[in-house]
Design a protein around this ligand. Structure first.
Ligand SMILES: [Zn+2]
Length: 290
């Protein structure tokens, strides 16, 4: 047994169906991708604290390399994401028992800021010291640095918990869901936007140690149900993108030879870079605490 196995943060059983037998799928650098022999959930087999320490810092949010890890420049999405978050407000407002919101993986705090602007009491948490400093300085919002599982809420509770592009990063989704349940008010809502590995077109890559679990909708529903949540909304996620960002992501996955020409196109014709609502490889799920 090597030291990596001893410190593995990934739990043995499947968070969706509790099966403990996993089949080998492929190796990526030092990581192994596995598939649950019960429900088919895909995961990374071993992740250590050392793999993740310092991972979500400046370079993650400003990654100009061609690896497609993290974001090329996170702040370029602000304008489009503001519109996305206003849509979340519309989706949540009639279902939620109140207006207290907690955002997990809050990054620069833009979701928290936007929700505050439309009348919510909102705060959040993120493991990145870089991102939480920026959130506090740029927006003056309450984003704490840390992990959901270790954070002491001192009895605070919320009507909505959001995980936007976060569920696939969780080291222990079962533990995370239990913590979320403990801070949600009765009838409170959990909003998840996450990669859907069950879409017909396989337009994503395995990205350890960034993405650790690759759920499809039935697996996610099964897990939420087991943890005491009823599904209220589940649908493919259509996201408002700047056209340049959307094409950058699609081309990286499907047509890498187009990345540079398209970059030049928007550099010399910036007026073409409009915001559009476009399909993604993600799912949008709202679940209610029983
Ligand atoms: Zn399973």
């Amino acid at each position: 047994m090597d030291s990596k196995t001893i410190m593995n943060l990934i739990e043995r059983s499947c968070p969706a169906c509790l099966e403990t037998v996993w089949r080998h799928v492929q190796d990526i650098e030092t990581y192994t991708i596995q598939k649950c022999s019960g429900c088919g959930l895909i995961r990374v087999s071993v992740v250590t604290r050392e793999d993740l320490d310092g991972f979500y810092e400046f370079i993650y949010f400003n990654n100009e390399s061609s690896e497609l890890i993290g974001y090329k420049k996170y702040s370029t999405n602000y304008k489009a994401d503001r519109l996305n978050y206003l849509r979340f407000h519309k989706d949540l407002i009639d279902l939620s028992p109140g207006r207290r919101l907690f955002d997990v993986g809050a990054a620069h705090g833009l979701l928290v800021k936007v929700m505050q602007e439309v009348g919510w009491s909102a705060k959040g948490i993120d493991p990145s010291l870089y991102a939480t400093n920026l959130a506090q300085k740029e927006y003056g919002v309450d984003i704490q640095c840390g992990t959901l599982e270790e954070y002491d809420f001192c009895g605070q509770t919320f009507d909505v918990v959001t995980l936007i592009g976060v569920f696939e990063h969780l080291v222990n989704p079962r533990l995370s869901l239990e913590k979320i349940k403990s801070i949600l008010n009765p009838g409170g809502l959990l909003l998840i936007v996450t990669l859907n590995a069950g879409r017909f077109l396989h337009v994503y890559k395995y990205k350890p140690p960034e993405h650790l679990y690759y759920f499809n909708l039935p697996q996610l529903k099964q897990m939420l149900s087991r943890h005491g949540f009823d599904i209220k909304i589940s649908k493919p996620y259509f996201r408002i993108y700047k056209l340049s960002e959307f094409l950058y992501r699609v081309n990286h996955l499907l047509f890498p030879w187009l990345v540079k020409p398209i970059d030049y196109l928007f550099k010399y014709f910036p007026f073409l870079d409009v915001c559009c609502r476009l399909p993604t490889n993600e799912m949008f799920v709202v679940a209610k605490k029983r």
